[in-house]
Design a protein around this ligand. Structure first.
Ligand code: DNO
Length: 350
C-alpha cells in the first residue's frame, strides 16, 4: 500500500513541501485543473505536473480526476469525439508513466453536502450532509458551491444540463456508462492505465438526478459491464458508507479479492438518522465505520495500490478548502499508516 495525499495544484495552500513532511506519505494525487472538461490533456502539461511533484521529492501516483463530459453521460452524439479525447488523455498519461486514473459518473454534481463548516462539539468544523437541508437546497439558484462542483456553469447552462437529465433514466445512464467503458477500457488495456471509478457521494439520487454507483449489487454490475482488470474501482469508504446498507469491509474483501480496487479512499463518517451524516475524524471510535477492519481487509486481500485519507475536518484554526486542509488529513494518513503497520507486524508474527 502506498500512502498518498491529494494536492490541488499550485494554488493549493497545502503545499507539496508541507505534504512531504507528513510521515509515510510518498504519493501525490492530483489533476490538471485548467483544461476544460472534454479536451485532451497534452503530454507537455502532464509532464510539467509530474516534474513539479517529483521536484518536491514526491511521486505523482494517481490522477483524480480526468472528468467525464456531461454529453458522454447523457449519451449525446458529440460523445464520440469527447471519448476519443478521453482516450488520448489516457495515452498521454501512460506516456508519462501514470498508471491510475480516478473519475466518476455522477450527473452534474460531484460530492454534495449541506454545510461545509458545521461546528462539532470539540470545536472543529466538518462537512455534513443533513437530508432535510439538502431537500430544501436549490442547486440552480442557491448560494452553495462545493469544492467538487464544476464552477464553469452559468445559471443558464446549469439549468440546461439539469433539464437534459429529465429524459435520462437510470437504465439510460447504465447504457451510456457501458458505451464509454467499451471504448475507454480498450485503450486503458493497451497503454496499461488502471481506471478507477469513484462511487456516487452520497450513494443515492439527489436533486432528481439519477445515481448508479451506489451499492454492492451495482458495483458488481459495473465491473461486469466491461470485465477487464483495467476496469476497476476507487473504493471510497465514506461515500459508500453513507448508506448503512453498504458493508465496506465486505466490499473491500470482495472487490479487492478480485484485484479490482485500484485506489482506496479511506475516511470515516458518523451516520445520523434519516440519510444524514457528519464527516468525522478518521479514528474508528469517532465515526460509524471500523477503520481497523477496513484496513485489515485491504491487507488480507494483498492490496498494494495507492490509498489516501479524505475530507478532513478543519482543526487548530486552519482556514482553507473545505475537506482539504492539511492537519486533519495528515492525522488521518498517519493513523491509517499506524493501523497498517500494526496489521503487518501482527501478521508477520503469525
Ligand atoms: C471528494 C472526492 C471526489 C472525487 C471525484 C472523483 O472529495 O472524493 O470529488 O474526486 O468524485 O471523480
Amino acid at each position: 500500500m502506498e500512502m498518498t495525499f491529494r494536492w490541488y495544484g499550485k494554488d493549493d495552500p497545502v503545499t507539496l513541501e508541507k505534504i512531504r513532511q507528513i510521515p509515510g506519505v510518498t504519493g501525490i494525487v492530483s489533476a490538471i485543473y485548467d483544461i476544460p472538461v472534454g479536451e485532451a490533456w497534452s503530454r507537455e502539461k502532464i509532464a510539467e505536473l509530474k516534474k513539479t511533484v517529483e521536484d518536491a521529492g514526491l511521486r505523482l501516483s494517481v490522477i483524480e480526476s480526468v472528468p467525464v463530459h456531461e454529453d458522454i453521460k447523457l449519451g449525446k452524439p458529440s460523445r464520440d469525439r469527447l471519448i476519443e479525447n478521453y482516450c488520448q488523455t489516457l495515452r498521454n498519461l501512460a506516456a508519462e508513466d501514470i498508471r491510475v486514473v480516478c473519475y466518476n459518473f455522477m450527473p452534474v454534481f460531484d460530492w454534495t453536502r449541506s454545510e461545509l463548516d458545521h461546528p462539532l462539539p470539540d470545536g472543529s468544523n466538518a462537512l455534513v450532509y443533513f437530508a432535510e437541508q439538502v431537500d430544501k437546497m436549490d442547486p440552480i439558484n442557491g448560494e452553495l458551491s462545493l469544492p467538487g462542483w464544476d464552477a464553469s456553469y452559468t445559471k443558464e447552462s446549469l439549468k440546461e444540463v439539469m433539464d437534459a437529465y429529465k429524459e435520462i433514466t437510470e437504465e439510460d445512464l447504465w447504457n451510456n456508462l457501458k458505451y464509454f467503458l467499451e471504448r475507454v477500457i480498450k485503450v486503458a488495456e493497451e497503454v496499461q492505465v488502471k481506471m478507477a471509478i469513484h462511487p456516487d457521494d452520497p450513494p443515492w439520487p439527489i436533486f432528481g438526478l439519477p445515481r448508479i454507483i451506489t451499492n454492492m449489487e451495482n458495483l458488481e454490475r459495473f465491473l461486469k459491464l466491461v470485465d477487464s482488470p483495467y476496469n476497476g474501482l476507487t473504493l471510497c469508504s465514506g461515500s459508500l458508507g453513507a448508506s448503512a446498507d453498504n458493508d465496506i469491509v465486505e466490499m473491500v474483501r470482495r472487490f479487492g479479492g478480485m484485484g479490482r480496487i485500484h485506489f482506496a479512499h479511506c475516511r470515516n463518517i458518523l451516520l445520523r438518522e434519516g440519510d444524514s451524516f457528519e464527516e468525522s475524524a478518521h479514528l474508528s471510535e469517532k465515526g460509524s465505520l471500523d477503520m481497523y477492519e477496513i484496513m485489515k481487509a485491504y491487507h488480507d486481500v494483498g492490496f498494494d495500490g495507492p490509498c489516501r485519507p479524505d475530507h478532513g475536518r478543519m482543526i487548530w484554526g486552519e482556514q482553507g478548502r473545505p475537506g482539504y486542509g492539511l492537519y486533519d488529513r495528515a492525522l488521518g494518513a498517519v493513523y491509517l499508516n499506524g493501523l497498517w503497520e500494526a496489521i503487518e507486524k501482527n501478521e508477520a508474527k503469525g
